[in-house]
Write a protein that binds this ligand. Structure first.
Ligand code: MN
Length: 246
């Protein structure tokens, strides 16, 4: 299996800083997006710490062969370690006491990939031009949609749409959703923060990502960010696009 990716992050049109963090490494087969919160630059600390700890842990596990044997355990342990790291920083800090972050990631396995998710950053799969959200948002509006209290259209404009119900760094441990997927030739993934999905519809994401060749993934990434900014750019925008050849 061959995997290639492209990525970018953008401050957007309204925010003064960027509290999102990301990494994408085809050699390691690891892709991460974290959307930090907490104000006073604390969100940056939470999201950067999370990405750094997970990357270092997965890289170590790759070098000593554990990653290949048990990718799910490695990935979940790495996220648990990151959670504890952010939580310890927060408990020691006066100004960053309430910091936290989302984490959404993909690790490539022998026949496919594993997703992991806490919060409302997302993984989408685009297959034959059709888009499917693989992760479940841990947000108030997602829970209300699941209960049938509101529709997904109402969720998009709800004043509560930014309230997340699970985040990394808020407690000593965290519950992580993790799912294993098989890959078909030509599958693409979009891993992104809510700064993209609040501004660009799923259908639009599918169109933009599908129209570029695998050697032009960078154009898809740039187009997604430009579209989010043209539609308002009210939040930081982070996008990773991954292409699989089997
Ligand atoms: Mn955000």
């Amino acid at each position: 299996m061959e995997v290639i990716s492209s990525f970018a992050t953008d401050r957007g049109r309204k925010r003064t800083g960027n509290e999102d963090s990301l990494m994408a490494n085809d050699w390691l087969g690891l892709y991460l997006v974290a959307d930090g919160m907490g104000g006073h630059s604390c969100g940056d600390v939470a999201s950067e710490t999370t990405v750094d700890v997970i990357r270092a842990t997965v890289e170590e596990a790759m070098k000593n062969g554990i990653l290949k044997r048990n990718p799910e355990k490695v990935f979940l342990d790495a996220i648990g370690l990151a959670n504890r790291g952010v939580w310890e920083l927060a408990t020691k800090s006066v100004k960053c006491r309430n910091m936290g972050t989302t984490i959404t990631g993909v690790v490539v396995t022998e026949k496919g990939f594993l997703t992991a998710n806490v919060g409302d950053s997302r993984v989408y799969r685009i297959r034959d031009g059709r888009i499917e959200q693989l992760t479940t948002d841990h947000s108030l509006v997602a829970e209300e949609v699941a209960l049938g209290v509101i529709t997904s259209e109402e969720a998009k404009v709800s004043p509560k749409r930014n309230v997340i119900t699970r985040a990394l760094g808020l407690g000593e441990t965290v519950k992580v959703d993790s799912v294993l997927y098989e890959v078909l030739d030509g599958d693409r993934l979009v891993i992104c923060s809510d700064g993209l999905t609040a501004m660009v519809s799923d259908a639009e994401i599918a169109t933009i990502v599908s129209k570029e060749s695998k050697s032009s993934l960078n154009r898809a990434v740039a187009d997604l960010i430009e579209t989010a900014n043209l539609n308002g750019g009210t939040d930081n925008i982070t996008v990773v696009v991954v292409h699989f050849d089997t």
